[in-house]
Design a protein around this ligand. Structure first.
Ligand SMILES: [Zn+2]
Length: 260
């Protein structure tokens, strides 16, 4: 199939998927509490789909699928969730932050690659692709010290990391390594949370915000694991339970009288 017709098919498929997601979004909006909702921002867009997996799938597709599972899991936990950029049409990070306005928490959903010097060419389906070594795997979480409410964002990021570890997922930790492009200091090493102060989507958000890298898609084995729908649901369930408990603790904290 030519690149042009392949692109047309992809856009049609993306359009249908977006319609389904929009219907689901309305259902989530009706099912939850009108005053409190979680924004799930699908990272990247159709024109700039982010990283490319070891087998050539775009990061945007991974992000959209996982964000949808997290939204479903949150709904099952009684927490309203709204997807931002599910159709891949949002072009600017500032527009994402604006679309999340009014949310109690913003989670940017991404999948990870590695620095170019750690990528090696390999052949897959007759195409040359890039893959990383096995040393890079696992999830990472990021918060910005320039964000509106670092304390709340960090508490939720730590809760998500702890929930994932409890369910058998491992934090990658390599973003803290002293190599060019990394060296992101730990905010909570135990739970795989780093500071990434200049991430625009985090620092421009008007609510507590965090970014999740769910796994390393240039690692061939991890790519397969990330595509497993059962594992994806388990990951989304762990994330949703952690979000629910972190938001519940925040609401209780806000409602409790302060004594001096
Ligand atoms: Zn990304």
């Amino acid at each position: 199939m030519s690149m042009r017709s392949r692109s047309t098919v992809w856009r049609l498929m993306a359009g249908r998927q977006a319609l389904r997601l929009a219907v689901l979004g309305i259902a989530f909006a009706c099912a939850g509490f009108a005053h409190a909702w979680v924004a799930l921002d699908v990272g990247h867009n159709l024109d700039k789909p982010g990283a490319t997996s070891a087998r050539g799938r775009t990061e945007f597709e991974f992000n959209r699928d996982l964000a949808l599972e997290i939204a479903r899991a949150l709904q099952a936990q009684g927490v309203e969730a709204r997807l931002i950029n599910a159709d891949g049409s949002i072009r600017t990070l500032t527009a994402r932050a604006r679309a999340a306005s009014g949310a109690e928490l913003l989670i940017a959903v991404h999948h990870d690659s590695v620095q170019p010097q750690f990528l090696t060419p390999w052949a897959h389906d007759g195409m040359e692709r890039l893959r990383s070594g096995d040393r890079f795997s696992g999830f990472s979480l990021f918060v910005s010290r320039r964000s509106t409410d670092l304390g709340a964002g960090l508490r939720c990021a730590s809760a998500i990391g702890a929930g994932l570890i409890e369910d058998g997922f491992n934090p990658s930790l390599y973003h803290a390594e002293p190599v060019p492009g990394e060296f992101k200091p730990f905010a909570d090493r135990t739970n795989g949370v780093h500071y990434f102060d200049n991430l625009v989507v985090l620092k421009e958000a008007t609510m507590p915000a965090l970014l999740l890298e769910a796994g390393v898609i240039v690692n061939r084995d991890e790519e397969e694991r990330l595509l497993d729908p059962v594992r994806m649901r388990r990951m989304a369930g762990a994330i949703a339970r952690s979000i629910r408990s972190c938001l519940a603790a925040r609401r209780i904290g806000a409602a409790r009288p302060v004594h001096f």
